[in-house]
Design a protein around this ligand. Structure first.
Ligand code: SF4
Length: 327
């Protein structure tokens, strides 16, 4: 470790907003509150949010993570659905098995589910812009019968898409996409199908939007960027892409300080740091501390938006919380 006399200077530009969004806070708080109210175990279908540190912390408190309800034995313990949302078949199965199900789906994902349902009821075929295999996409497609929703991932997909009736078409999107990529795909769909119905308010959520905007401001000012987040976190991966496209030579997605490849950060003088919506601030602090061991660090914040969004807990958790726990 270098002493302060020999450590090179490093200006760290911290993107703001970064890290936890309101949907992630609500999902994590749902598991915490269920553990406090009912005691362990609390079953959680899928990682409650895509962050290993968060998942490991909740596991240590008594949460049991499963991928499918079939892995859960008969139980009266709570069964929580993750922030990403689930296909309709999942609560139906939970109902058949008399599970005490708690839905921690982000309200902004639920909004997309309801939009898709309304389009379907009005006889529209739905294009879902999103990434195949992501749990949110599986959940949104699973709101409707097979064939009602077509997935478009790329411009090429949008160019090749053949609707049943171009006059009865609507689109919805995953909440955590790249703003710019999605705008291009939507523009192409609108050129090809002028009657396509858009969401009233865009589906890419406020948190994804603000975090990408902050990265766009910082990326041209720095030689490298750290995105704190998990490789399976869609919004974190988009932040890495946005950083590179906005002029930053090297953007690294890392989960912990131990993941940093120091050979890529040798002679830099300016570093950007952001965090995906599922990454806790403690990990950002860990990264800054790791840089401070090697550089004389000065930190400045670059802000793209103020956020004050808050989502209340699922109703049953609010109703059953005692006043002290609800504070
Ligand atoms: S990233 Fe957006 S949609 Fe996803 S949980 Fe956060 S607020 Fe909700």
């Amino acid at each position: 470790m270098a002493d302060s006399a020999t450590k090179p200077d490093l200006l760290v530009l911290l993107c703001s907003p970064r890290g936890f969004c309101a949907g992630v806070v609500r999902a994590i708080d749902s598991v915490e509150r269920a553990l406090a109210l009912y005691g362990p175990p609390v079953y959680v279908r899928h990682e409650i949010v895509h962050n290993r540190y968060v998942v490991d912390s909740l596991r240590a408190k008594g949460a049991i993570f499963v991928e499918e309800l079939g892995e859960i034995p008969e139980t009266t313990a709570p069964v929580i659905f993750s922030a990403h949302g689930v296909a309709k078949a999942v609560p139906e199965e939970a109902g058949r098995r008399n599970f005490f199900a708690l839905d921690a789906t982000c309200p902004l994902v639920t909004k997309v589910h309801r939009e898709a349902e309304i389009h379907h009821k009005r006889g529209r075929e739905i294009v879902l812009i999103g990434h195949q295999g992501h749990p949110e996409v599986i959940g949104t497609m699973g709101q409707l019968p097979a064939g009602a929703v077509s997935l478009v991932e790329t411009l090429e997909d949008a160019a090749a898409f053949v609707p049943q009736d171009p006059e009865r078409l609507a689109y919805v999107t995953q909440t955590t996409l790249s703003l710019d990529d999605t705008a291009e795909i939507i523009a192409l769909l609108k050129r090809r199908f002028p009657a396509i119905v858009s969401p009233h308010k865009k589906d890419i959520c406020y948190a994804t939007t603000n975090r990408q905007e902050a990265v766009k401001k910082v990326a041209p000012l720095v030689e490298a960027m750290i995105v704190v987040g998990a490789p399976n976190s869609s919004n974190s991966r988009r932040l890495q892409e946005v950083a590179e496209r906005s002029g930053c030579a090297h953007a690294a997605l890392v989960q912990r300080a131990a993941d940093i490849d120091w050979s890529r950060f040798g002679a830099i003088a300016r570093l950007g740091i952001t965090a995906g919506a599922s990454a806790p601030e403690v990990l950002v602090e860990e990264i800054i501390d790791a840089f401070a061991e090697r550089y004389t660090v000065r930190v400045e914040t670059v802000s793209a938006a103020d956020e004050d969004v808050f989502f209340p807990l699922p109703r049953v958790l609010r109703e059953q919380s005692n006043p002290e726990a609800a504070e």
